[in-house]
Design a binder for this molecule. Structure first.
Ligand code: UVW
Length: 320
């Protein structure tokens, strides 16, 4: 272990856990907070019926934004008109032609939900399942049970970039739950118990707007929420089921206090079972919310049902 950087066993020794709260066989964690009542609360937020999709386009020829070490999604045409023109396409009765393609992608390589077992420390994933259950395919706490359940509730958007008077937060810029509450108050919206919490930093928007170099710049350093015991307690007290942001990792890449990398993946996802949805495009939604002052809405999402998946792509739909 690097000098002076505490291992998570030490940093999070007293951090709360939801393990066992929904049964020893639970695999969906804080998604248990979202049921019919929360779906109706979300639906009651609808005013105009305007809808927004939060996924980014996949297999961008310039390279999708991914965590270092992952490769951007590649899409290959394996059948198209050229095959038929060369007499090599399948012979379909009636003369129809068609096209096919294949993608090679990291399941965390686009807008996605992480499985609860996606990140861990100390030999155990969410709910105490052994880390060895991730070998080969996730036997436990994979994305499949989350995908079977679906994610529906009242969403609330906190536009941290606008709150700080910026189009995009700076590399490594941090904020806390108290900053979220201040931004919410400025926006005139309340972050209620069991809300699906979406936070805009402008980061992915800058990529979509053409600032691609930022994503290939090193060191890789995103802005985001920072770990503190108080932040974790706030997630517990608010029963936040889902954290979604327009960054690749949903938190500042390196916590400036403990110097650990991605401690919220451990404190919130592994320990509390909070669902993480990353690489969201929140810009069009934020623009609309700034225009009409309505920052809450019905949020719906269904990640793909991938057996044993560490996560799955998703294109959430929000209705205002
Ligand atoms: C890592 O797993 C490193 O990040 P994420 O969950 O954000 O894809």
């Amino acid at each position: 272990m690097t000098d002076n950087i505490p291992p998570f066993t030490e940093l999070l020794a007293d951090s709360p856990k939801n393990w066992g709260r929904w049964g020893t066989d639970d695999e969906i964690g804080a998604l248990n907070f979202l049921g019919p009542a929360e779906a109706l609360t979300g639906a009651a937020s609808i005013r105009s019926g305007r809808s927004f999709t939060l996924g980014i386009p996949i297999a961008d020829p310039v390279g999708d934004p991914v965590w270092p070490g992952r490769r951007p999604t590649q899409r290959f045409n394996v059948l198209d008109h050229s095959h038929f023109a060369a007499g090599k396409g399948p012979d379909i009765p009636g003369g129809a032609e068609y096209s096919d393609d294949v993608v090679v992608m990291y399941l965390q390589g686009t807008t996605q939900f992480d499985a609860l077992g996606h990140a861990w420390y100390d030999g155990q994933i969410y709910n105490g399942y052994p880390a060895s259950s991730t070998i080969g395919a996730m036997e436990k706490a994979s994305i499949l049970p989350i995908a079977e359940h679906g994610v529906v509730g009242r969403g609330v958007l906190i536009d941290m970039a606008t709150h700080r008077g910026k189009a995009v937060l700076d590399a490594g810029e941090t904020f806390t739950h108290e900053d979220l509450l201040a931004a919410a108050a400025a926006q005139g919206v309340e972050i209620r118990k069991r809300d699906i919490l979406l936070i805009r930093t402008g980061w992915i928007g800058s990529y979509l707007g053409g600032d691609v170099e930022k994503f290939h710049a090193r060191p890789f350093l995103e802005p985001g929420l920072t770990y503190s015991p108080e932040l974790v307690d706030w997630f517990v007290e608010r029963e936040i089921p889902v954290l979604g942001t327009d960054t690749i990792t949903n938190e500042v890449t390196v916590d400036p206090v403990s110097h650990t990398s991605l401690p919220l993946h451990q404190a919130l996802m592994r320990n509390l079972g909070v669902l993480f949805s990353e690489i969201l495009n929140l810009d069009a939604l934020a623009e609309d919310c700034r225009a009409d002052g309505q920052w809450s809405f019905l949020y719906t999402a269904a990640p793909l049902k991938i057996h044993g998946g560490t996560g799955a792509p998703v294109n959430p739909v929000v209705i205002k």
